[in-house]
Design a protein around this ligand. Sequence first.
Ligand code: TGC
Ligand code: FAD
Length: 391
Amino acid sequence: LPAFDPADPLGLDELLGDDDLAVRGTVRKWAADRVLPHIADWYERGELPDIRGLTRELGALGALGMTLQGYGCAGASAVQYGLVCLELEAADSGIRSLVSVQGSLAMYAIHRFGSAEQRERWLPPMAAGETIGCFALTEPDHGSDPAGMRTRAERDGSDWVLTGRKMWITNGSAAGVAVVWARTDEGVRGFVVPTDAPGFTAATLRHKGSLRASLTSELVLDGVRLPADAVLPEARGLRAPLGCLGHARYGIMWGALGAARTCLETALEYARTREQFGRPIGGFQLTQAKLADMAVELHKGLLLALHLGRRMDAGRLRPEQVSFGKLNNVREALAICRTARTILGANGISFEYPVMRHMANLESVLTYEGTTEMHQLILGKALTGLDAFRG
Ligand code: TGC
Ligand code: FAD
């Protein structure tokens, strides 16, 4: 029998191909070199310095829009994209967020719903990381229920004029292009908005206790005039932005496990070396129960992510299955981080260790891309056939 590997207790690496392992190794090394030495400092300062340099490097790695075909995108598998999300989030959720929003939301929307001209203009510089994108669905008064959005796009001759506010928009202040969802007389439509358009402003949100190494912004659209060809021609109704969310939620179900892995590794190392009552705390049965449960949930989550990734690669992944994965993996990843925090005792709250940072980040991850409750209700509806959202 092969030896038991604490880092891979179920032998899941045997389910991956050489290409998958190579992609994972490349991104793990990039994160170790480029993010890990600085991330605690960035986090405390509440900044993501050199976001443009980082994005270009991620573009050179092929991590931006990596499952898309053409336009300089890598055309990688969903499983490989998942592994990349995991390795980035093992460093920090903020770096994975940057990549999710760029690739799975902004680029995916343009690729899936854009005209040939929109794709030619925007996707190559976005794949290279030269242009940063954001995806603006949420508003101050409409988060879980985007159908109530107030941002409006009205026709004026052949132009469109956009007015409204968007809130909590990742990458917003650094973006060169914003994919903005707005109400029109024809229902919800998507618009490709160059951020230098007159009337567009983005303000960075400060005082966050989570995702501090990530740019989060409020966008104001004050009569932003756009030409007729700024609308995404194939995006009609809420189905379009929700379709993009399916792709990003898929990446998050892998990514959150990266944060959990780092916390488990940190807790294991701490438990082996920290002594109380004359013995390593890892020798206490209560600590071992925690570590065993953390490992079980982490690797069950990986098995689930891999299964759903294979379904996505086969074109057979349903939105309800994405909700299943996001709900379980983010919830369990957060529980793993919280348990790791207890194992580190007082050190668990110190930014000298990565645990508190990951735990705080996952509070955002639990909320964005559909809260836990939204995914429970999506599954509840699929199970019962009854829609609990609006009664
Ligand atoms: P509902 O009537 O259920 O659906 C409206 C239309 O959309 C279709 N649809 C989907 N299509 C593709 N994929 C999905 N996942 C879909 N879910 C629904 C549906 O079939 C329908 O189509 P049609 O043709 O019949 O009109 O809509 P509802 O208004 O009842 O809302 C349902 C609900 C609550 C599940 C949905 O609105 C929802 O998911 N709310 C959560 C909002 C959310 O997740 N926001 C995320 C914003 S972006 C973000 O957080 C980025 S963070 C990124 C980072 O930093 O990593
Ligand atoms: P609300 O919708 O007000 O929900 C508050 C609480 O009520 C939640 O617990 C919710 O589950 C619960 N609730 C609501 N309705 C029901 C119901 N019917 N039944 C039971 N419970 C219910 N959005 C973007 O568009 N683009 C981005 O790039 C983006 N980035 C983000 C980055 C960060 C760091 C964060 C924190 C958020 C980001 N978001 C982004 C916004 C995110 O998608 C929303 O915060 C999320 O959808 C929830 O909306 P809300 O915060 O308005 O909460």
